[in-house]
Design a protein around this ligand. Structure first.
Ligand code: UTP
Length: 288
Protein backbone atom coordinates (compact mmCIF):
# COMPACT_ATOMS: atom_id res chain seq x y z
CA UNK A 1 0.00 0.00 0.00
CA UNK A 2 1.86 3.15 -1.14
CA UNK A 3 1.00 6.50 0.38
CA UNK A 4 1.87 10.06 -0.54
CA UNK A 5 3.16 11.05 2.89
CA UNK A 6 4.80 14.47 2.48
CA UNK A 7 4.08 16.53 5.57
CA UNK A 8 5.94 16.61 8.85
CA UNK A 9 5.48 18.62 12.04
CA UNK A 10 8.38 19.67 14.27
CA UNK A 11 7.09 20.77 17.69
CA UNK A 12 9.69 23.25 18.96
CA UNK A 13 7.73 25.37 21.44
CA UNK A 14 8.80 23.64 24.65
CA UNK A 15 10.61 25.43 27.47
CA UNK A 16 13.72 23.23 27.49
CA UNK A 17 13.92 23.32 31.28
CA UNK A 18 16.31 20.37 31.45
CA UNK A 19 18.90 22.44 29.65
CA UNK A 20 18.73 25.76 31.48
CA UNK A 21 20.41 28.22 31.45
CA UNK A 22 21.52 27.38 27.88
CA UNK A 23 17.89 27.39 26.73
CA UNK A 24 16.89 30.64 28.42
CA UNK A 25 17.28 32.68 25.22
CA UNK A 26 18.21 29.95 22.73
CA UNK A 27 15.79 27.24 21.60
CA UNK A 28 17.13 23.80 22.53
CA UNK A 29 16.59 22.80 18.89
CA UNK A 30 19.30 25.33 17.96
CA UNK A 31 21.94 23.76 20.21
CA UNK A 32 24.71 22.47 17.97
CA UNK A 33 26.11 19.00 17.64
CA UNK A 34 29.62 19.77 16.33
CA UNK A 35 28.72 22.49 13.80
CA UNK A 36 25.06 21.92 13.00
CA UNK A 37 21.96 22.68 15.07
CA UNK A 38 19.80 19.77 16.20
CA UNK A 39 16.84 20.97 14.15
CA UNK A 40 18.87 20.74 10.93
CA UNK A 41 19.70 17.09 11.62
CA UNK A 42 15.94 16.53 12.08
CA UNK A 43 15.04 18.31 8.85
CA UNK A 44 17.69 16.42 6.87
CA UNK A 45 16.33 13.13 8.27
CA UNK A 46 12.79 14.09 7.20
CA UNK A 47 13.92 15.14 3.72
CA UNK A 48 15.77 11.84 3.26
CA UNK A 49 12.43 10.11 3.98
CA UNK A 50 10.67 12.14 1.29
CA UNK A 51 8.89 14.42 3.77
CA UNK A 52 9.64 17.79 2.25
CA UNK A 53 6.67 19.82 3.50
CA UNK A 54 7.69 20.98 6.92
CA UNK A 55 5.93 22.94 9.62
CA UNK A 56 7.56 24.03 12.84
CA UNK A 57 5.35 24.80 15.81
CA UNK A 58 7.25 27.56 17.55
CA UNK A 59 6.77 29.85 20.53
CA UNK A 60 8.29 32.98 21.98
CA UNK A 61 12.07 33.20 21.67
CA UNK A 62 12.26 30.77 18.75
CA UNK A 63 13.02 33.29 15.98
CA UNK A 64 16.53 31.90 15.44
CA UNK A 65 14.97 28.68 14.04
CA UNK A 66 13.20 30.72 11.36
CA UNK A 67 16.37 32.68 10.60
CA UNK A 68 18.37 29.47 10.29
CA UNK A 69 16.24 28.17 7.41
CA UNK A 70 15.88 31.60 5.77
CA UNK A 71 18.14 33.21 3.18
CA UNK A 72 20.77 35.43 4.78
CA UNK A 73 21.51 37.64 1.76
CA UNK A 74 24.25 39.66 3.45
CA UNK A 75 26.10 36.61 4.78
CA UNK A 76 25.85 34.82 1.44
CA UNK A 77 27.12 37.92 -0.44
CA UNK A 78 30.04 38.33 1.98
CA UNK A 79 31.10 34.67 1.76
CA UNK A 80 30.80 34.75 -2.01
CA UNK A 81 32.84 37.96 -2.32
CA UNK A 82 35.51 36.56 0.02
CA UNK A 83 35.84 33.46 -2.17
CA UNK A 84 34.79 31.17 0.71
CA UNK A 85 32.93 28.88 -1.64
CA UNK A 86 32.57 25.84 0.66
CA UNK A 87 31.02 27.94 3.42
CA UNK A 88 28.88 29.79 0.90
CA UNK A 89 27.53 26.47 -0.37
CA UNK A 90 26.86 25.23 3.16
CA UNK A 91 24.99 28.37 4.15
CA UNK A 92 22.96 28.73 0.96
CA UNK A 93 22.03 25.03 0.99
CA UNK A 94 20.45 25.31 4.45
CA UNK A 95 18.25 28.19 3.31
CA UNK A 96 17.04 26.29 0.28
CA UNK A 97 16.81 22.69 1.52
CA UNK A 98 13.12 22.83 2.41
CA UNK A 99 9.98 24.92 2.37
CA UNK A 100 9.35 25.50 6.03
CA UNK A 101 6.15 26.97 7.45
CA UNK A 102 5.81 28.27 11.01
CA UNK A 103 2.86 28.22 13.38
CA UNK A 104 2.87 29.82 16.81
CA UNK A 105 1.81 27.90 19.86
CA UNK A 106 0.84 30.85 22.02
CA UNK A 107 1.21 29.01 25.33
CA UNK A 108 3.23 25.85 26.05
CA UNK A 109 0.16 23.70 26.73
CA UNK A 110 1.90 20.44 25.96
CA UNK A 111 3.16 18.35 23.09
CA UNK A 112 -0.37 17.21 22.16
CA UNK A 113 -1.51 20.83 21.95
CA UNK A 114 1.57 21.74 19.86
CA UNK A 115 0.73 18.99 17.36
CA UNK A 116 -2.90 20.12 17.28
CA UNK A 117 -1.76 23.66 16.35
CA UNK A 118 -0.54 22.17 13.04
CA UNK A 119 -3.93 20.63 12.17
CA UNK A 120 -5.12 23.39 9.77
CA UNK A 121 -1.81 23.20 7.90
CA UNK A 122 -1.81 19.39 7.64
CA UNK A 123 -5.47 18.97 6.69
CA UNK A 124 -6.94 15.53 6.05
CA UNK A 125 -3.66 13.67 5.36
CA UNK A 126 -1.31 11.33 7.16
CA UNK A 127 1.65 13.24 8.59
CA UNK A 128 4.91 12.79 10.46
CA UNK A 129 5.93 14.28 13.81
CA UNK A 130 9.57 14.56 14.83
CA UNK A 131 11.14 15.76 18.08
CA UNK A 132 14.47 17.16 17.01
CA UNK A 133 16.12 16.99 20.43
CA UNK A 134 16.15 13.21 19.99
CA UNK A 135 19.05 12.81 17.58
CA UNK A 136 19.11 9.48 15.76
CA UNK A 137 22.08 8.50 13.61
CA UNK A 138 21.44 5.59 11.27
CA UNK A 139 23.92 3.81 9.02
CA UNK A 140 21.26 2.71 6.56
CA UNK A 141 17.73 4.06 6.38
CA UNK A 142 16.96 7.10 8.51
CA UNK A 143 14.63 6.69 11.48
CA UNK A 144 11.78 8.44 9.65
CA UNK A 145 12.27 6.21 6.61
CA UNK A 146 12.07 3.13 8.86
CA UNK A 147 8.68 4.39 10.10
CA UNK A 148 7.63 5.27 6.59
CA UNK A 149 8.32 1.73 5.35
CA UNK A 150 5.80 0.30 7.86
CA UNK A 151 3.33 3.07 7.09
CA UNK A 152 3.55 2.30 3.35
CA UNK A 153 2.92 -1.35 4.14
CA UNK A 154 -0.07 -0.75 6.44
CA UNK A 155 -1.46 2.76 5.80
CA UNK A 156 -1.60 3.05 9.58
CA UNK A 157 -0.05 5.21 12.31
CA UNK A 158 3.50 4.15 13.22
CA UNK A 159 5.52 5.02 16.32
CA UNK A 160 9.32 4.92 16.68
CA UNK A 161 10.52 2.86 19.66
CA UNK A 162 13.72 1.94 21.47
CA UNK A 163 14.38 -0.58 24.19
CA UNK A 164 15.48 1.22 27.37
CA UNK A 165 16.91 -0.16 30.64
CA UNK A 166 14.63 -0.54 33.69
CA UNK A 167 16.04 2.52 35.41
CA UNK A 168 15.03 4.72 32.46
CA UNK A 169 11.41 3.63 31.82
CA UNK A 170 10.05 6.33 34.14
CA UNK A 171 11.43 9.01 31.80
CA UNK A 172 9.52 7.90 28.71
CA UNK A 173 6.16 6.98 27.27
CA UNK A 174 6.19 3.17 27.35
CA UNK A 175 4.10 0.96 25.06
CA UNK A 176 2.30 -2.33 25.39
CA UNK A 177 2.78 -4.29 22.17
CA UNK A 178 1.98 -7.67 20.64
CA UNK A 179 3.17 -9.43 17.54
CA UNK A 180 0.85 -9.22 14.52
CA UNK A 181 2.21 -11.06 11.49
CA UNK A 182 5.75 -9.84 12.16
CA UNK A 183 4.67 -6.28 12.98
CA UNK A 184 4.43 -4.77 16.47
CA UNK A 185 0.81 -3.82 17.09
CA UNK A 186 0.52 -1.28 19.90
CA UNK A 187 -2.31 -1.76 22.37
CA UNK A 188 -1.59 0.84 25.00
CA UNK A 189 0.84 3.58 26.02
CA UNK A 190 1.65 4.86 29.48
CA UNK A 191 3.42 8.15 30.07
CA UNK A 192 6.39 7.93 32.46
CA UNK A 193 5.38 4.76 34.37
CA UNK A 194 7.25 3.28 37.32
CA UNK A 195 9.15 0.06 36.51
CA UNK A 196 6.36 -1.94 38.16
CA UNK A 197 3.63 -0.32 36.08
CA UNK A 198 5.57 -0.42 32.79
CA UNK A 199 4.08 -2.97 30.35
CA UNK A 200 7.44 -3.33 28.52
CA UNK A 201 10.82 -1.67 28.08
CA UNK A 202 9.86 -0.20 24.72
CA UNK A 203 9.96 3.59 24.86
CA UNK A 204 8.61 6.14 22.40
CA UNK A 205 11.52 8.20 21.16
CA UNK A 206 10.11 11.18 19.31
CA UNK A 207 9.35 9.83 15.83
CA UNK A 208 5.75 9.33 14.75
CA UNK A 209 3.51 8.98 11.71
CA UNK A 210 -0.19 9.57 12.33
CA UNK A 211 -3.43 9.29 10.44
CA UNK A 212 -5.44 12.56 10.57
CA UNK A 213 -7.82 10.91 13.04
CA UNK A 214 -5.28 11.88 15.70
CA UNK A 215 -6.32 15.54 15.38
CA UNK A 216 -9.96 14.74 16.13
CA UNK A 217 -8.86 12.87 19.24
CA UNK A 218 -6.51 15.63 20.36
CA UNK A 219 -9.41 18.12 20.18
CA UNK A 220 -11.27 16.13 22.81
CA UNK A 221 -8.25 15.19 24.96
CA UNK A 222 -8.50 16.75 28.41
CA UNK A 223 -5.39 18.32 29.93
CA UNK A 224 -3.51 15.66 31.90
CA UNK A 225 -0.31 15.77 33.93
CA UNK A 226 0.82 19.36 34.56
CA UNK A 227 -2.26 20.84 32.82
CA UNK A 228 -0.75 19.88 29.47
CA UNK A 229 -2.54 18.16 26.59
CA UNK A 230 -0.60 14.93 26.32
CA UNK A 231 0.07 13.39 22.93
CA UNK A 232 0.20 9.98 24.62
CA UNK A 233 -3.42 10.27 25.82
CA UNK A 234 -4.70 10.84 22.27
CA UNK A 235 -2.45 8.04 20.96
CA UNK A 236 -3.97 5.58 23.47
CA UNK A 237 -7.42 6.44 22.15
CA UNK A 238 -6.20 6.12 18.55
CA UNK A 239 -4.80 2.65 19.27
CA UNK A 240 -8.23 1.60 20.58
CA UNK A 241 -9.96 2.76 17.39
CA UNK A 242 -7.54 1.73 14.64
CA UNK A 243 -4.26 -0.15 14.19
CA UNK A 244 -1.16 1.62 15.47
CA UNK A 245 2.20 -0.07 14.88
CA UNK A 246 5.58 0.30 16.51
CA UNK A 247 9.03 0.11 14.95
CA UNK A 248 12.14 -0.49 17.00
CA UNK A 249 14.44 2.01 15.35
CA UNK A 250 17.84 0.86 14.16
CA UNK A 251 20.39 3.54 14.86
CA UNK A 252 22.32 5.34 17.53
CA UNK A 253 20.08 7.55 19.63
CA UNK A 254 20.96 10.56 21.75
CA UNK A 255 18.57 12.42 24.02
CA UNK A 256 20.28 15.70 23.23
CA UNK A 257 17.63 17.71 25.11
CA UNK A 258 19.59 17.14 28.30
CA UNK A 259 23.25 18.01 28.91
CA UNK A 260 24.57 14.44 29.19
CA UNK A 261 22.99 13.19 25.94
CA UNK A 262 24.11 16.37 24.24
CA UNK A 263 27.72 15.90 25.37
CA UNK A 264 27.67 12.26 24.25
CA UNK A 265 26.31 13.23 20.83
CA UNK A 266 29.00 15.87 20.43
CA UNK A 267 31.74 13.45 21.46
CA UNK A 268 30.45 10.72 19.13
CA UNK A 269 30.03 12.94 16.07
CA UNK A 270 33.14 14.95 16.97
CA UNK A 271 35.26 11.79 16.87
CA UNK A 272 33.83 10.99 13.43
CA UNK A 273 34.50 14.47 12.07
CA UNK A 274 36.79 14.36 9.01
CA UNK A 275 38.74 17.46 10.01
CA UNK A 276 38.67 17.44 13.82
CA UNK A 277 38.08 13.77 14.69
CA UNK A 278 41.72 12.70 14.96
CA UNK A 279 42.91 15.62 17.08
CA UNK A 280 39.81 15.35 19.30
CA UNK A 281 40.63 11.66 19.89
CA UNK A 282 44.19 12.55 20.91
CA UNK A 283 42.98 15.38 23.15
CA UNK A 284 40.37 13.20 24.87
CA UNK A 285 42.95 10.45 25.43
CA UNK A 286 45.30 12.85 27.14
CA UNK A 287 42.45 14.20 29.29
CA UNK A 288 41.66 10.67 30.43
P1 UTP B 1 9.73 18.02 26.25
O1 UTP B 1 8.96 17.10 27.08
O2 UTP B 1 11.12 17.65 25.86
O3 UTP B 1 9.69 19.43 26.96
O4 UTP B 1 8.87 18.30 24.94
P2 UTP B 1 10.60 20.68 26.73
O5 UTP B 1 9.86 21.82 27.33
O6 UTP B 1 10.99 20.88 25.30
O7 UTP B 1 11.91 20.32 27.53
P3 UTP B 1 12.09 20.06 29.11
O8 UTP B 1 11.54 18.69 29.37
O9 UTP B 1 11.37 21.16 29.81
O10 UTP B 1 13.57 20.14 29.31
C1 UTP B 1 8.85 17.40 23.90
C2 UTP B 1 8.72 18.17 22.60
O11 UTP B 1 7.48 18.87 22.56
C3 UTP B 1 7.67 20.22 22.30
C4 UTP B 1 9.11 20.51 22.72
O12 UTP B 1 9.62 21.61 22.00
C5 UTP B 1 9.80 19.20 22.39
O13 UTP B 1 10.17 19.14 21.03
N1 UTP B 1 6.67 20.98 23.07
C6 UTP B 1 6.43 20.66 24.36
C7 UTP B 1 5.96 21.98 22.45
O14 UTP B 1 6.16 22.28 21.26
N2 UTP B 1 5.00 22.64 23.16
C8 UTP B 1 4.75 22.34 24.46
O15 UTP B 1 3.84 22.97 25.04
C9 UTP B 1 5.47 21.33 25.07
Amino acid sequence: MGTSLRKIVFPTAGMGTRFLPATKATPKEMLTIVDKPLIQYGVEEALAAGMGEIVMVTGRGKRSIEDHFDISAELEANLHAAGKSALYKTVSRVARMADVAYIRQKQPLGLGHAVLCAAPWVGDECFGVSLADELILSEGKTAMQQLRDVHEQTGASVIGLASVPDNEVSRYGIVKARDENGLLRLEDMIEKPSVDEAPSNLAMIGRYIFTPRLFELLKTTNPGAGGEIQLTDAMCQLAKEEPVYGVVIEGQRFDAGNPYGFLLANATLGLQHPKHGESLRAALKSLL
